[in-house]
Design a protein around this ligand. Structure first.
Ligand code: BG6
Length: 293
């Protein structure tokens, strides 16, 4: 790890809410990443403040995913396709990753965290893999999850970088970038819907899986900022807000917090699940940034 005296760019190992974490600092930006789930819980810039949302009721404990930031959904998204007793969104978000090290690249700090298949993961996912999250902090925050098949057989996996953006009020923001895209609506159960022209506005519980690899931006006039989610090798975009009834049913989500978050997730979900032959790898990347309006 490099930590040159007097240089703003560095990585520090810290304890946060009783868990091991990293604080990354670059010029004008800072991020916190837990080893638990390799979960980014904060990304703040001097210009735009905090860009992510974390619930005040989030639980920081083994076996529980932190409610907010950027949980990693892997190796499946949502309920397991055949075994409903397995954890929703896979096991990465509740697994301990290993901090491999960090480096400085130009104006950026890059930290890598690793999760490998083990006797604990085998009963859940009977394949050998290496999943490496590369967290690159600069003016933007780039998260790249690279999965490598280290076994002898091909396998399929799903992935979502489940970003909880912080917004002033989800009822007054507009989301751009999905016009014309087809989506499955998990609230109504309708499939193959088409997003009309114009921005998407939020008037109720929203849980949609879009067939789209486009840039998404969220216009938040009250905060005078545009939040931008770019993607690389991600064919699915998930958009989620719980609204009030679902928030009430979740013990790690304050009843009145739902207007302050909007999930925009860079994903590869069935039918875009990733098929990996032995000794091959695939990386899904999301890049989060903000602009002043
Ligand atoms: C979204 C899903 O990605 O995550 C929603 O599309 C789900 O259906 C939400 O409710 C939160 O999931 P969880 O498991 O963290 O409560």
């Amino acid at each position: 790890m490099q930590n040159p005296a007097g240089d703003a760019r560095h990585t520090e190992q810290i304890d946060a809410h009783g868990l091991k974490a990293l604080r990354l600092r670059a010029c004008g930006s800072e991020a916190v990443v837990y080893l638990h789930g390799a979960q980014v819980a904060s990304f703040r810039t001097s210009e735009h403040g905090e860009l992510l949302w974390v619930s005040e009721k989030a639980v920081y404990a083994a076996g529980k995913a932190i409610r907010g930031g950027v949980p990693i959904c892997f190796p499946w998204f949502g309920a397991h396709p055949t075994q409903s007793e397995l954890p929703a969104h896979g096991f990465a978000r509740t697994s301990s990753f290993r901090f491999e090290g960090s480096e400085i690249h130009g104006d950026n700090v890059v930290a890598t965290l690793l999760l490998e298949s083990s006797p604990q993961t085998q009963p859940l996912f009977a394949h050998d893999f290496r999943a490496r999250l590369r967290v690159q902090l600069g003016r933007e925050l780039s998260l790249q999850l690279e999965v490598e098949n280290t076994g002898a057989d091909a396998f399929d996996y799903e992935v979502a970088l489940h970003t909880y953006l912080g917004v002033s009020d989800v009822r007054s923001v507009e989301l751009e970038g999905l016009a014309g895209a087809s989506y499955d609506d998990k609230v109504t159960g309708e499939r193959g819907c088409r997003q009309p022209d114009g921005p998407l506005r939020f008037v109720g519980e929203t849980d949609r899986v879009y067939d789209s690899s486009a840039r998404i931006s969220v216009i938040d006039r009250a905060r005078q900022r545009r939040l931008i989610v770019d993607k690389i090798h991600s064919s699915t975009s998930v958009v989620w807000n719980s609204w009030f009834e679902k928030a009430k049913r979740m013990s790690d989500f304050g009843d009145d917090e739902w207007p302050g978050m909007l999930c925009v997730e860079a994903a590869n979900v069935s039918p875009h699940a990733v098929r990996l032959a032995p000794e091959t790898r695939h990386a899904t990347t999301t890049i989060i940034s903000a602009e002043t309006l």
